[in-house]
Each structure stands twice: as C-alpha cells, then as structure tokens.
Ligand binder design. Structure first.
Ligand code: BG6
Length: 495
C-alpha cells in the first residue's frame, strides 16, 4: 500500500545511524513498495558532498548493512533519484531557509502538500537549535502534515528530559513529536501485545495469582566500541534500562487497552510506569546492582577492559551492566518481582523475557518422578533467536513415571517464510502514516526517568567503585547473581 507524498529531512545524514539503519530501512521500504510515488529524502551534514558523492556513500552503506543484501543496480538507480543532499551549518538560519525552499519546490513540482518529516539523527546537543530554527522558519506550522522525529537519548535525567519536552511542546504539538525507542519497532516486541491480547489462553493467568516473577534480560556481546564519548556520560542504566527495558516491562505488565490505537496503548503503558514502586536509598542498595567489564576473550580475540577503551576515563565509574529488581504496585502485580538485567561484553547476546509461573498447588507424583521438576515457564525470545517457548512438564517415555521439562515452541523461522522487517522500517513507515503507537509520549519518558533517578543519583554520588567487577565473556558481576539468588531464583538463559 502506497502512502502519501513525503519529504524526509535527515539531520545527521552523514552519521552512523543513517548509514546503518535509516538509509537501509528507507531503501527496503522502497523495494517493498511502501513508499509513495513522490518522495524525497534530503540528507544533511557538514561534509561537503555533492549529490553524487552522497548517493555513492549511501549505496556503499546499503550494500553493507541492508537486510536485502547488495542493491540491484536498476532498483538503486530508481531510488537514488529521490535522494538529495544539502551541506548545512545547523546553527545558521539560512540552512533552514534552504530546506524551506526545497520543500516548496518539491510541493510545486508534485502539486500537492507533502508530509514533511524532520528526522533528528544527531547528538542531543543539537536538538534545541534544530527545533528552534524549524519553528522560526515556520517549517512545521501545519501540524497535520509535519513531524519531528527525535532519536535517543531523550534527556540525561528527569530535569533535562522535562526541559526538552517543554521546549518541544512550546514549538510543536505532541502529535507532531515522535520520540524513538527502536526496541518498540522490533517484530518480536510488537508481537508481545498480539500474543497477550489476541489469545484467550494467557490473560487469565497473567497476574500475581499465577506468576511468580518476570525476568527481562538484554545481554550483548559488543563492548562500547568507538562510542566511549557518548557512553561515558550515559552508562547501562540510561542507555538501556530507562528506555528499552522499561518499555518491554510496560508491554508485559500493562492492562488490556480498549483498542489498539496510539493513545489507548500509550495510556496503559504510562499507567505501569506510574504504578512502579519508587526506590528509597535502601532499595538502591538492596535491589540494584551495577557492573563494569574487565578484559577477556570474545570470539577468540582479546578485548580490553572498559576503562581501557578509547575515549574512556581510565578510572571511569560508568556502569556497563545493571541488574534491578522492580515492583509494580497495582492489583495485577502486587509483590511479583520484575528482575531486569542488561550488560555489554556478556557471555551471550540474547534479549529474553521470562514469565515464571507458580508451582502446582499439590504434587501428586512420587518424589523420584520430580527430580527434574520445574514450574511452567514462558520464554519470549526477542533476539537473535525469535521464538516463544512454553515450558511444560511431561512424562518421559518409559515404564516408570518420571517427569521432565519439554518445550512447546513457536519459532519464527519455522512458522513463517516471509522476511522480518527491521525495527526502523516499521518506525519510519509509522512516521509517514502518522501512527504514534510505537513512539514514546512525553509523559512516558518523564515517568521512566523519575523511576530511575534515585538509582542514578545514588550511583553517581558514590565516587569509588570497585570496577571492573566482571570479565568480558562472563554473565556479569557476582552481586547480580546474589540479587536474585537471595529470593531463591536465578537468571534464566535459553536452553
Ligand atoms: C542502543 C544503545 O539504544 O541499543 C546501544 O545505545 C545498544 O548501546 C543498542 O547496543 C542495542 O540495540 P539492539 O537493537 O542491537 O539490541
């Protein structure tokens, strides 16, 4: 289905995000006929590229990063005709006047009002100046047809996020503001709502009466690579927990929305954040653990400790791992722990949500039968494996009654032959059609920051930290094991 005539203005058009994600996503949307007949992508940056240089760089990026592999020359040519480049100085009003002129020219050529999307794929230092200049040049006056997409990080704490919301709110309407959390665009993440609310089987058990605990584990093999600059001011709590992990938690914990419409879904999610139990300083000590990786071996290569990465302070206390126990204080979830953890340079890259069900009320089998007894478990695997498995007990074939755990598996690879779009394809298409369901509303971002502020402040105020406390290629620091072992549980890894 083709959508309405669209113009993208991509700030950070020569940046890493555009190379790896945005350009390949737009190209694949084009290949799959999701883009309108008339569209234009205007990349912008400081580099003095000609239009041809720019097209050639993007072709290289697409060949390297696109899920559809090397670009077909004829298709590429067709796509490239829609690509433009403008050298820009973001601090100069002329830059924006020039955008205005280009937008006007396009619309005159096409003889229609286009949807105009300003995509801010730049460092947050530029958010303000860009937003203000867009408004000053009246490029976003038409609230129905102009949109601003804001990449992460949205603020670095509650105050800065609130200030940014205030600034944007003064210049644009909320319906124009698309705050990205790319996890929400992932196929398997979108499926959480389908799975919960299109089946009658799970919802009746989806509460404190049947669920013992929930676990959300997002572990990565990668280190900080060349992002030391950014990461030093961030850390795992800001980089992963405040946004991606809390969003996953909301999808698991939210009440059923009345309809699958942007505001309905977003209201139910913000309800979860508002119900989450605030942290006292005692809670921070007990229920939050942080870590930083030391050196080690990954894929046969020796990798440096975080403190020895480029652009990282050799005494850095920035955490590359966080594990936290949350509670959601409402009727559905009272006293059900939500254990979350995330870390870089871990033993395995896997994003996995585990719902652990409670024990059966009474066990009728003899002791010998239940040596390998395990309560039911639902494991939602987001990446790289894409599957949902329900672990149940079954009788092992044989003459004696012995129970063991077996998996009922829904696996994308065997269930579907169709391709899986990348998160950014979904999200970019949503900006074109004007669907905000998978984007963060202003109040959501602030609620998430409020929740983690006590942890952030406590961690930042303690100056000497015993880092590194886990080695690369491990499962994180011991204190994270202790955090969950204290309750009699352990971190779940995929079978
Ligand atoms: C980003 C973080 O938001 O998400 C990165 O800034 C992290 O540090 C990345 O590596 C993980 O995303 P994905 O899609 O690879 O799981």
């Amino acid at each position: 289905s083709r959508s309405k005539t669209t113009i993208f203005v991509i700030f950070g058009g020569t940046g890493d995000l555009n190379s790896r994600k945005l350009a390949p996503a737009l190209y694949n949307l084009f290949l799959d006929n999701w883009l309108p007949e008339n569209f234009s992508i205007i990349g912008t940056g400081r580099t003095k590229y000609t239009e041809d240089d720019y097209r050639n760089t993007l072709l290289k990026d697409i060949n390297e990063f696109s899920r559809s592999g090397e670009a077909d020359p004829a298709k590429w040519q067709e796509f490239a005709n829609h690509l433009h480049y403008q050298v820009s100085d973001l601090n100069k009003i002329e830059t924006y006047q020039e955008f205005g002129q280009r937008i006007k020219t396009h619309q005159e050529d096409w003889q229609t009002t286009a949807t105009v999307i300003f995509y801010l794929a730049v460092s947050p230092n530029f958010f303000e100046v860009i937003a203000q200049n867009i408004a000053a040049c009246k490029l976003a006056e038409d609230a129905d047809n102009t949109r601003i997409v804001i990449e992460k990080p949205f603020g670095k704490d509650l105050d800065s996020a609130t200030a940014l919301n205030k600034l944007l709110g003064g210049l644009f309407e909320e319906k124009q503001i698309y705050r990205i959390d790319h996890y929400l665009g992932k196929e398997t993440v979108q499926n959480i709502l389908a799975f919960r609310f299109a089946n009658s089987l799970f919802e009746p058990t989806w509460n404190r009466n049947y669920i013992e605990y929930v676990q959300i584990s997002v572990t990565e093999r990668l280190g900080v690579e060349d992002r030391g600059d950014y990461y030093e001011g961030s850390g795992a709590l800001r980089d992963m927990v405040q946004n991606h992990i809390l969003q996953l938690l909301c999808l698991i914990a939210m009440e059923p929305p009345v309809t699958f419409v942007g505001e309905e879904v977003r209201n139910r999610k913000v309800d979860v954040l508002r119900a989450m139990r605030p942290f006292s300083s005692e809670d921070v000590r007990k229920n939050a653990a942080r870590g930083q990786y030391g050196e080690g071996w990954i894929e046969g290569k020796q990798v440096p400790a975080y403190r020895n990465e480029t652009k990282v302070d050799p005494q850095s206390n920035t955490e590359t791992f966080a594990a936290i126990k949350f509670f959601v204080d409402n009727w559905r979830w009272q006293n059900v722990p939500f254990y979350v953890r995330t870390g870089k340079r871990m033993h395995e890259a896997a994003s996995v949500i585990t719902i652990q069900f409670k024990d059966v009320p009474h066990l009728i089998f003899p002791g010998e039968a239940t040596d390998n007894w395990q309560q039911n478990r639902l494991i939602i695997s987001i990446q790289p494996e894409m599957s949902i498995r329900l672990q149940v007990q079954a009788k092992r074939p044989g003459l004696d009654m012995v129970l063991n755990t077996v998996d009922m598996v829904f696996d994308y690879k065997s269930a579907y032959t169709s391709y899986t779009p990348e998160a950014y394809e979904t999200l970019l298409l949503d900006t074109i059609v004007g669907d905000q369901t998978l984007f963060m509303r202003g109040d959501q971002v602030e609620a998430a920051w409020s929740l983690i502020m006590p942890i952030l402040s406590a961690w930042e105020s303690k100056k000497s930290v015993n880092f590194p406390n886990y080695s690369s290629d491990s499962w994180g620091p011991e204190i994270a094991e202790a955090l969950i072992a204290r309750d009699g549980f352990h971190w779940v890894t995929l079978p």
